[in-house]
Write a protein of this length. Structure first.
Length: 347
């Protein structure tokens, strides 16, 4: 039986990088390289005629860069786009602007164009191509309007913590939620986002620009504050001590994930019990399902993103299968629901 291969278009202005990427992808029996382009203009012409399942593009290119290419793809030929980029370039536009434009995920591009160095990303690259191949992409819609900053009163709230977990498609989902929450949102927010190495600081910076809330990386011993958004450090687990302060550790990965959504949620369930709201957003796999179950059993509120609004319906699906999601909501319903929970809990 003939294998139905994933058709991939590669876009990079470096001939060396293209050759290395081709060799990586050619090792996969289920992936077919249908073409290569050295800039966005060439890529657009090829997309129209070749209809790729996934476009893999660099960010910084002459002629038409990755950002302009993605904007054009989303307007004229919507399809899954995977960005392969150096994590940070001095003076450059934040790479997460590409996700804002419609790209679905990012893979770290090594600075050294050597095949031995690229070998470190080959497994992640192939995995993300396979995940994105099944995603149906629509034309980019305008973002939801930000809610007014004076919606919430300063009254005390039953809940003490909001934890959000996400993977593939998560940065865009986090942007959609955080951009709607008011500056006086009464809970600390912990976000665990699976992301390629080197992109955490850019993610935090980008989300901080999109939100009225202060976004930062968690540090050991810090007590989480209302109206602040905290992210675990790269390759570190984020938990809580008996006083509710952050514990940072390099414990072994939980089912392959470090940081792990479940690790943070399970720790929070022990310390905060019923006073937690937890949310599982789009993402591959089952990280967070066990953690949400622990919060549900402790009496906390649990919310899963619905299948229709997910880029990849994996993590929320597993939580729903366990019976741990008390609410199943579309992405655009989550922020208003969070505000409603806080308002009701303050009465």
């Amino acid at each position: 039986m003939q294998l139905n291969k994933t058709r991939v278009l590669l876009v990079d202005d470096s001939p060396i990088a293209l050759r290395i990427l081709i060799r990586i992808l050619e090792k996969a029996d289920d992936i077919e390289i249908i073409g290569t382009a050295s800039n966005g203009k060439q890529a657009l012409k090829m997309i129209a005629s070749l209809n790729p399942a996934v476009v893999c593009t660099d960010f910084h290119m002459l002629g038409m860069d990755g950002l302009e290419l993605i904007q054009n793809i989303m307007e004229h030929h919507p399809c899954p786009v995977l960005v392969i980029s150096v994590s940070a370039m001095p003076g450059s536009v934040n790479v997460f602007k590409l996700l804002e434009a419609g790209a679905l995920d990012i893979v770290t591009k090594p600075r050294l164009e050597q095949e031995s160095v690229y070998g470190g990303i080959s497994s992640e690259l192939l995995s993300k191509i396979r995940i994105l191949a099944g995603v149906h992409v629509f034309r980019k819609k305008n973002p939801a309007p930000r809610l007014l900053p004076d919606i919430l009163s300063a009254a005390s709230c039953k809940y003490r913590l909001l934890i959000i977990g996400a993977s593939t498609g998560g940065p865009q989902a986090l942007q959609a939620i955080l951009s709607q929450l008011p500056i006086n949102f009464p809970l600390p927010i912990i976000c665990i986002q699976h992301i390629s190495d080197g992109f955490l600081h850019n993610l935090v910076s980008w989300l901080g620009e999109q939100s009225a809330l202060k976004c930062q990386i968690a540090t050991a011993g810090l007590a989480p504050q209302p109206g602040h958004v905290y992210f675990p450090q790269e390759k570190m687990q984020l938990e809580f001590d008996t006083n509710g302060r952050f514990l940072i550790s390099n414990n072994v990965p939980n089912k392959g994930h470090c940081p792990s959504v479940s690790t943070t949620m399970q720790s929070a369930a022990k310390q905060f019990g019923e006073n937690i709201i937890s949310v599982l957003l789009t993402g591959m796999g089952d990280d967070g399902a066990d953690g949400m179950q622990a919060i549900c059993q402790a009496g906390g509120m649990t919310i899963a993103q619905d299948e229709k609004s997910c880029v990849v319906f994996g993590m929320p699906k597993q939580a729903i299968a366990l019976g741990s999601a008390k609410r199943i909501l579309a992405l655009n319903e989550i922020a208003p629901h969070l505000i409603g929970l806080c308002l009701r809990a303050a009465k």
